[in-house]
Design a protein around this ligand. Structure first.
Ligand code: NAI
Length: 302
């Protein structure tokens, strides 16, 4: 049901102009893919230095794409890069750029209050047809949406890192998301060259809901003394066909991120044993051993 807004007007929203808020790991990837597929993208972050770095990062990533895709046509590759970069503009003022936007994708810090504050401001400035989406990994979409008056035009678009490489997008509808909005988000994901799956607004959606308990259970198995990290990793790679073992994967995701997700879920569902705390994980995070990014997690990295 569309509140105070004719649903026929939203039915055929063609998403052309996209505002991506947050130019970190995820926002940069989302902006790159959207710009590469012909969307005009405005990337927003808190200051120009970050934005400069983000655009440089996108350029570097495009160069890597082009090296493979245009190996025998370097000129066409350079032309492609310039065309994509032309589709990207930057701003530190989300409220003003959102006025020309069909879709806002938020990829800022994983903090409910900060996301709500942002969307509540944008809601007042954005045109009626603009769809809002969050890339949150662990917060309920409905809690973020509750700060706005466009519950029917609010959903989740959950991308995977690195965005240019990973084919999946989880499209999340809350109980208030309209069918038109949901379909627009599915279609938009397809125009990015991704494969969308439909998700409910439940902890972890599909991928993380299965993956995070699996990572935690691997740590618990090791804590019980029932397998070394190395053997568990080898076992899951060779026995289950996973490209990475659970300890390698946890280090790659970041142990702080893994802990943050499980902390949030164990608050939401304290009696769910799948969401139970892990002393070993907590200790590593306390010691600053956060995985690959800090040089050490379950394993040491050069
Ligand atoms: P990040 O820390 O790399 O980037 C966040 C960016 O947002 C920073 O550049 C920061 O300056 C900017 N920012 C913070 N507050 C802002 C505000 N009020 N307005 C504008 N910009 C602001 O974080 P990352 O990893 O890109 O994550 C972003 C979101 O994506 C989080 O919600 C996270 O849960 C989600 N996510 C992360 C994945 C990952 O593997 N890192 C995977 C899927 C989702």
């Amino acid at each position: 049901v569309c509140r105070g807004f004719s649903s026929s007007a939203v039915r055929n929203v063609v998403i052309k102009h996209v505002t991506v808020i947050g130019g970190g790991q995820m926002g940069a990837g989302i902006a790159q893919v959207a710009a590469s597929t012909g969307h005009s993208v405005t990337l927003v972050d808190t200051n120009d230095d970050i934005l400069k770095k983000t655009v440089k990062g996108i350029e570097g990533s495009l160069k890597r794409v082009v090296k493979k895709k245009y190996a025998d046509k370097p000129e066409a590759g350079e032309e492609f890069i310039q065309k994509v970069l032309k589709n990207v503009s930057t701003s530190t003022d989300a409220v003003s750029v959102v006025q020309g936007s069909d879709l806002v994708i938020e990829a800022i810090v994983e903090n409910l209050k900060i996301k709500q504050d942002l969307f509540s401001q944008l809601d007042k400035a954005a045109p009626a047809h603009t769809i809002f989406a969050s890339n949150t990994s662990s917060l309920p979409i409905s809690d973020i949406a509750s700060s706005t008056n466009r519950l029917d035009r609010f959903g989740g678009l959950h991308f995977f890192n690195p965005v240019p490489m990973m084919k999946l997008v989880e499209v999340i509808g809350t109980s208030a998301t309209s069918q038109e909005t949901f379909d627009s988000l599915l279609n938009f994901s397809k125009t990015l060259g991704k494969t969308p799956v439909s998700c409910k607004d439940t902890p972890g959606f599909i991928v993380n809901r299965l993956l995070v308990p699996y990572l935690l259970e691997s740590i618990r198995l090791h804590e019980r003394g029932h397998g070394s990290k190395e053997d568990i990793d080898i076992a899951m790679k060779l026995g289950a066909g996973y490209p990475m073992g659970p300890f390698e994967l946890a280090d790659y995701v970041g142990l702080d991120t893994t802990k943050f997700i499980i902390d949030g879920w164990s608050q939401m569902e304290p009696n769910n044993p799948l969401f139970a705390q892990s002393p070993m994980l907590n200790k590593l995070v306390e010691e600053g051993k956060l995985g690959k990014k800090s040089g050490e997690g379950f394993y040491k990295y050069k």
